[in-house]
Design a protein around this ligand. Structure first.
Ligand code: PMV
Length: 337
């Protein structure tokens, strides 16, 4: 008789309003500063099934997006998934081979990192399969070990703060407000022709060697206090300038790293000029960028149409992609295979 353990979970991507950039090194992914994000909605979900079986003779990891082709991954991509699963195989005392199938609802290149949703869903599905029970705080700690630190924020829905902490036990995410607290929108403006980019893993490594990085770390506590308070009081005027400042600061570190990392293109700059002007003209919105050229415009739901109209007038968008706040990671009963 075959011996089988299976679990499935889903998790959503998130957009950082203050960014995690640079870490303490090592496998535990300990951030150097707190970061605050909004978990995105159902358009940005990863669904993952993890199945261990005595019938399997090797580990297999297959990724894809709904409506696209599934691809079996190898090399570093596979290693990151298997390394995370190995930690739980050891904890559970299970040495069966595993098959992983993960689907994201959004294609690559839309400017939303699939790693946060993917690693958050993977961690929960693996724990579910192996009968390892963690509360959400502990689950965020376990998720952080996957190497994509931002994934630990996707454990929670709504508005989330990752407390950097000093040790693995003190570095975890927590919810600061639920998804229905504030109807914000994240409008991704796709401006990229898909140029090769430097991974965030590499960005984190270079950041800590940058002499300007120390100043960023000094400024982060103040920014986080302001962003958390803006969220709690739903104060967009307080939120907007600090979100933009922190995004520019991350990119200033990237630009002055050695070798430099230039994530922006001309259209990124066009939007960085236009968005504050729109704000001055009475449309409350602000921009932020992750480790890529696409621009995320944040606004309240009532301004979504106006912002989309203005973006279209600028003529730089290859596509737009809109999300509101969404829910945290959860176990699901439907297995993908
Ligand atoms: O979690 P990682 O290693 O993919 O790094 C995330 C880096 C940013 O997206 C640029 C910032 C963030 O806090 O999400």
């Amino acid at each position: 008789m075959s011996n089988e353990w299976v679990g499935s979970a889903e998790a959503r991507a998130n957009i950082a309003l203050t960014k995690y950039w640079g870490n303490k090194g090592g496998a535990e992914t300990l951030a150097n500063n707190d970061s605050i994000s909004m978990t995105l909605g159902d358009e940005c979900v990863a669904r993952t099934t993890v199945r261990f079986s005595s019938e399997y003779v090797r580990d297999r990891v297959v990724l894809g997006f709904e409506g696209g082709e599934d691809v079996e991954v190898a090399g570093l991509k596979k290693d990151r998934v298997v390394d995370q699963i190995n930690r739980f195989r050891e904890m559970a005392g299970v040495d069966l081979c595993v098959r992983v199938l993960s689907h994201t609802s959004f294609p690559e290149g839309v400017g939303i990192a699939s790693s946060a949703a993917g690693f958050s869903a993977l961690t929960l599905a693996t724990c579910e399969a192996l009968g390892l029970k963690f509360d959400k705080k502990q689950l965020s700690i376990q998720t952080r070990w996957a190497g994509s630190g931002s994934a630990c924020r996707s454990v929670f829905g709504g508005f989330v703060r990752w407390r950097a902490g000093e040790t693995s036990e003190t570095s975890y995410a927590e919810q600061i407000a639920p998804s229905d607290h504030w109807a914000l929108r994240d409008i991704v403006v796709g401006v990229s022709r898909g140029e090769k980019k430097v991974s965030s893993l590499e960005g984190h490594r270079r950041a800590v060697k940058n002499p300007h990085y120390r100043q960023r770390l000094e400024l982060m506590p103040g920014r986080n206090t302001q962003v958390e308070s803006a969220i709690l009081t739903r104060d967009f005027e307080m939120l907007a300038p600090v979100v933009e400042e922190d995004a520019r600061d991350l990119h200033a570190i990237a630009l002055t790293s050695n070798p430099p990392i230039i994530y922006w293109n001309g259209a990124t700059l066009d939007l960085m000029r236009a968005v504050p002007e729109w704000r001055d003209e009475g449309v409350p919105c602000c921009y932020t960028m992750d480790a890529g050229p696409n621009v995320h415009i944040i606004c309240e739901a009532e301004y979504e149409e106006e912002v989309l109209h203005r973006v279209s007038g600028l003529g730089v968008a290859r596509f737009t992609f809109v999300n509101g706040p969404g829910e945290g990671a959860r176990v699901v009963d439907d297995h993908l295979f």
